[in-house]
Design a protein around this ligand. Structure first.
Ligand SMILES: [Zn+2]
Length: 128
């Protein structure tokens, strides 16, 4: 076993960790989707209850944008988790996709779906 490569036991732990992320993420995504869709429907059904102050639509708009931004992030993470599990199956998990070096355990423990080592992630300004 060369230095830096993950043992089978570690790999199966990361797999479990990744799999445990999926359901909460899916739940979060559907919650956020409901959240993002709800205000529009509520306003359509109750036009009288639309905010009357000038500031309110802007606040609402900002909140929607924040919810959508979170939704995009959660969906992105969900996709990354799926890709990471595919890499586990392919045997390339834990290897940087850019430089091919091993991704440190410290990084994988925080971001088990990381596809780049910390150095490449920083240079590319990517999140994973
Ligand atoms: Zn790298």
């Amino acid at each position: 076993m060369s230095k830096g490569s993950l043992t089978l036991q570690e790999l199966s732990l990361y797999r479990l960790q990744l799999q445990s992320l999926i359901d909460p993420l899916k739940e979060k995504v559907s919650e956020l989707e409901a959240e993002a869709l709800r205000p529009v429907a509520a306003l359509a059904n109750h036009p009288d209850r639309a905010p009357t102050h000038d500031a309110d639509p802007e606040t609402r708009d900002t909140e929607d944008r924040v919810a959508l931004a979170i939704l995009n992030t959660e969906e992105h993470v969900l996709a990354e988790v799926g890709d990471a599990i595919a890499r586990l199956d392919a045997g390339t998990f834990g290897k940087c996709e850019k430089c091919g070096h091993a991704i440190t355990r410290a990084r994988l423990d925080v971001v088990p779906y990381a596809r780049h080592c910390i150095r490449c992630a920083r240079s590319a300004e990517a999140t994973v």
